[in-house]
Design a protein around this ligand. Structure first.
Ligand SMILES: Cc1cc2nc3c(=O)[nH]c(=O)nc-3n(C[C@H](O)[C@H](O)[C@H](O)COP(=O)(O)OP(=O)(O)OC[C@H]3O[C@@H](n4cnc5c(N)ncnc54)[C@H](O)[C@@H]3O)c2cc1C
Length: 395
């Protein structure tokens, strides 16, 4: 016999989308129960995104989640765009009056977990057999087996599917009721974390005939670096020396006196590159947010930020639905969120295709021409800055 839990909103997934939603709902007196497949330790340690756009930082400030971000994060004015022998600073603050912040997703996640614990609301880690029921009705539910092996049933007014691209939410509705658009790219990113001070003051996005490279950072003592590698690459194929040699070549070590300082690599992973959008983002009483509804390649630094903007739109819609029985915002949620999702999807695709090397030399010349235009024209640079620093939540 399943133990029944009654709440306002059942949230599946304790990533940034799920926990931020729980926080925003709690601030408006709406109760939630979070169901998460992994352990708290695993969720807190996952190394992923690291760039927060302007509107994400504004929202975190407004809801009291930015204390550590402001103390330990690093505000950046822009990025460098580079190709062999040329490096150009794109200054977002000068161009569009907005900055971005370097603050790891692991830190955002820890802040969200601490805030959630402080509210005393329920969260079930290490849940298995998570399933959604009756999402087409006004009383949907979520069943799961808890870490103790016991069966649970969460009955709610609405279900928020914040369980990423591999969770059960995005396929919970009949396939006839949803549409999916996808693009798989023929390359991946090999990403490393290194215990060494960044060799740059701003992120470097580097086009190179060997493949794209990027120099990012997590703190004054930790660098985050990426290399374009062929799809299907295994981390075992890349020794530390091979990684540092490729980074030095592609990032332009020695050019104009610039030096890349190598250091101990503490983590490495391969991230396949793909774009996916699923619509609608609302299916009856199931609302999708974050990676459950869309995936972007990380070149535009949009994945985490889109999860935040979805939830910023979803929370008031659920508050109106749960507290006042008013479904106007809930009805508009999918269309409103998808406008921003498609803009970020286009920007991420545009950055990716402008910077990654394919097999066609004609494409490479077009890329270089576009890079020169973006870096050299106010119109080109402003377009990049506006999208990268982030559009308003209601776009
Ligand atoms: C390896 C990797 C590297 C990335 N690097 C970058 C980057 O450099 N820059 C960038 O902008 N973006 C990056 N991203 C994307 C970014 O991290 C995501 O867009 C962001 O985490 C989305 O947040 P979310 O809450 O929607 O999903 P997630 O963070 O994926 O959270 C979903 C949660 O649901 C849980 N879950 C899954 N299945 C179930 C289930 N059956 N039942 C219950 N819970 C379940 C998961 O364990 C997880 O905790 C990366 C993503 C990955 C996977």
């Amino acid at each position: 016999m399943a133990q029944t839990i009654r709440t306002d909103v059942a949230i599946i997934g304790a990533g940034p989308a799920g926990l931020l939603l729980a926080h925003l709902l709690a601030a408006d007196g709406v109760e939630s129960v979070v169901v998460e497949a992994r352990s708290a330790e695993y969720v807190a340690a996952r190394i992923r995104a690291g760039i927060l756009e302007h509107s994400t930082v504004d929202l975190l400030r407004q809801v009291g989640l930015a204390t550590r971000l402001q103390a330990e994060g690093d505000e950046h004015r822009g990025i460098y765009l580079q190709w062999p022998h040329e490096r150009h600073h794109i200054d977002f603050v000068d161009l569009v009056g907005r900055s971005v912040w370097v603050y790891g997703q692991t830190e955002v996640q820890k802040d969200l977990m601490a805030a959630h614990a402080a509210t005393g609301q329920q969260i079930h880690y290490e849940a298995s057999d998570v399933a959604l029921h009756d999402i087409g009705s006004t009383s949907p539910s979520v069943t799961f087996r808890g870490s103790d092996g016991r069966a649970h049933r969460v009955e709610a007014i609405a279900v928020a599917g914040c369980d990423g691209s591999h969770g059960p939410s995005r396929t919970a509705a009949p396939s006839a009721g949803r549409q999916t658009w996808e693009r798989a790219y023929p390359y991946s990113w090999l990403g490393v974390l290194a215990d060494v001070a960044p060799s740059t003051d701003e992120l470097i996005y580097a086009w190179h005939s060997d493949g794209f490279a990027m120099h990012s950072m997590r703190s004054a003592t930790v660098s985050r670096l990426y290399l374009q590698v062929p799809g299907g690459t295994s981390v075992d194929q890349w020794s530390d020396d091979r990684i540092w040699d490729a980074l030095a070549t592609r990032l332009g070590h020695g050019q104009g006196g610039w030096r890349l300082t190598p250091g101990p690599i503490t983590s490495r992973s391969v991230l396949p590159m793909r774009s996916r959008v699923q619509a609608p983002m609302r299916l009856g009483r199931l609302f999708l947010a974050g990676d459950a509804a869309h995936i972007v390649p990380p070149t535009g630094a949009k994945g985490l930020n889109l999860a935040v903007s979805d939830v910023a739109l979803l929370a008031p819609a659920l508050v109106a639905l749960v507290r006042h029985g008013n479904g106007t915002l809930a009805d508009a949620y999918s269309e409103t969120a998808l406008r921003r999702v498609w803009r970020a999807t286009h920007f991420s695709w545009w950055m990716t295709t402008m910077l990654h090397i394919g097999t066609d030399p004609f494409d490479a010349q077009l890329q270089l021409s576009q890079l020169r235009w973006v870096a050299g024209s106010a119109a080109g640079a402003t377009g990049l800055a506006e999208n990268y620093a982030g559009l308003p939540i209601r776009y």
